[in-house]
Design a protein around this ligand. Structure first.
Ligand code: DAO
Ligand code: DAO
Ligand code: DAO
Length: 204
């Protein structure tokens, strides 16, 4: 494959490999409805997985056909739940993002998933996370945020390549990945591509 993929609506480029051996599976767009009718493009994203980690799922899924794997809810649930190294790269396209709006969007989107997976509000975990979103951070158009699940369920966050924090939480890792590959993903086409990408890693 070539070295980059382009998100067609925004023109944002994603390298086909990051962090040595994490392969790009799919790209998509995070939109947000404002004022009921209007929708803004907030960021383009790319989802990556560590090839050798995905291969750990071979034992369970290796014998299924590609369409069986892609249609399997259990497969996506395993990808969300297991200790597989993955990265979601976000590139901001909305030029007027404030840290306050990032905090409230995060509380809504990630907050819903924390509740879904744990059955509780997890206000404390959410607060612990959003308190790290300092008002002095700036996220102008073009900023790149990497959210990575590292071995042992460490969620590591980088902004423009600089590590800003990491937190050990299986639940938080799962909740963030669910935004992109869960039952109700931000971009359905992206989830399909990610499923196809995962399946091809399983089979090669
Ligand atoms: O200006 O009112 C507005 C719209 C702001 C939308 C913000 C959505 C934030 C989405 C999360 C971004 C995470 C980096
Ligand atoms: O799109 O609703 C969403 C949430 C995406 C996760 C955003 C994480 C942002 C962390 C960095 C904030 C830096 C101030
Ligand atoms: O253990 O509560 C703690 C602090 C660890 C740092 C967690 C950083 C989480 C990443 C958020 C980055 C947002 C700028």
């Amino acid at each position: 494959s070539s070295g980059t993929a382009v998100e067609p609506k925004t023109g944002v480029l994603f390298p086909s490999v990051v962090d040595g051996a994490r392969r790009l599976l799919g790209i998509g767009l995070r939109k947000k409805n404002v004022f009921g009718l209007k929708s803004i493009d907030v960021y383009a994203f790319g989802v990556y997985a560590e090839v050798n980690d995905v291969k750990k799922l071979r034992e369970k899924y290796g014998a299924l056909s590609e369409s069986e794997v892609r249609g399997s809810k259990e497969f996506f649930a395993d990808v969300l739940d297991q200790d597989l190294r993955m990265t979601v790269r976000l590139q901001i396209v909305y030029g007027r993002l404030t840290i306050g709006s990032v905090r409230s969007a995060f509380e809504e989107s990630v907050g819903n998933r924390l509740k879904k997976f744990s059955g509780s509000d997890n206000k404390e975990l959410l607060k612990r996370f959003t308190s790290l979103f300092k008002d002095e951070y700036k996220l102008p158009r073009g900023s790149v945020i990497d959210l990575s699940r590292e071995q042992g369920y460490i969620l590591q966050t980088k902004i423009n390549g600089n590590e800003v924090g990491s937190i050990q939480s299986k639940l938080l890792c799962q909740s963030i990945l669910d935004l992109y590959i869960g039952d109700d993903p931000f971009d359905k086409k992206a989830k399909e591509d990610i499923g196809a990408g995962l399946t091809s890693l399983l089979q090669d």
